[in-house]
Design a protein around this ligand. Structure first.
Ligand SMILES: Cc1cc2nc3c(=O)[nH]c(=O)nc-3n(C[C@H](O)[C@H](O)[C@H](O)COP(=O)(O)O)c2cc1C
Length: 193
């Protein structure tokens, strides 16, 4: 069975670029062939600033939006975060969405597809990694960073990747699949402990 890859779109504002890259990556991952890609758009879950009364380790969720978010992340085997850079940092919607859950994230690998101006979102990508480790996600070193991303879009805002990006995205998914297999085995072992 293919591993489920959740491609998490991390921006929520009107007119955002996130869905352009998320949509492209979904098609690319499908062609890559090792994953069953699922577009997981944080905006579609309508998560307010964390509004659960209990710590997520208890899984005593009160709100439908949390239950839906929990179900989506629980079903995933691996993640790619499609991450913009805001003020040299991680977009707040990503931080908030991570904070909502705990067990659903654990022992799963993640890669980061970042985009931005001169930095290609790399500062946000690096800042995201320690947060991921704190909920038990393994951030892998391979990723994609798109500097001056707006110059890569055509007049219809369609994205046409360079050969270099295609190679980087392929390596990212190859490596993510290795980790995904290893951690799937680990989770199965934990479940039978
Ligand atoms: C609040 C805010 C802060 C930003 N800060 C940065 C930044 O630190 N570095 C950067 O490269 N781009 C920055 N940008 C520009 C974003 O790269 C650009 O707006 C991009 O489209 C954001 O992704 P989104 O369209 O998916 O929201 C910022 C944009 C916003 C809205």
């Amino acid at each position: 069975m293919k591993h489920r890859l959740d491609i998490i779109i991390g921006s929520t504002r009107p007119g955002r670029a996130g869905p352009i890259f998320g949509g492209w990556l979904e098609g690319f991952a499908r062609e890559h062939g090792k994953f069953e890609p699922v577009l997981t758009d944080i905006a579609a879950f309508g998560l307010p600033m964390l509004d659960e009364p209990h710590h997520p380790r208890l899984r005593k969720y009160q709100n439908d939006h949390t239950k839906a978010w929990s179900k989506a992340i629980d079903a995933a085997d691996a993640f790619v975060f499609v991450a913009p850079e805001y003020n040299y940092f991680v977009a707040p919607a990503i931080v908030n969405a991570i904070d909502y859950l705990l067990h659903e994230w654990r022992y799963k690998p993640a890669a980061i597809f970042s985009y931005g101006g001169v930095s290609g979102g790399l500062r946000a990508a690096q800042a995201l990694k320690p947060l991921l480790t704190s909920v038990g996600v393994m951030p892998i070193p391979e990723g994609v960073a798109l500097p001056a991303y707006a110059t890569l879009l055509d007049q219809d805002r369609a994205y046409h990747p360079s050969e270099q990006v295609l190679g980087g995205a392929r390596t990212m998914l190859d490596e993510l699949f290795r980790w995904s297999g290893a951690l799937k085995t680990l989770r199965a072992g934990l479940a039978s402990e």
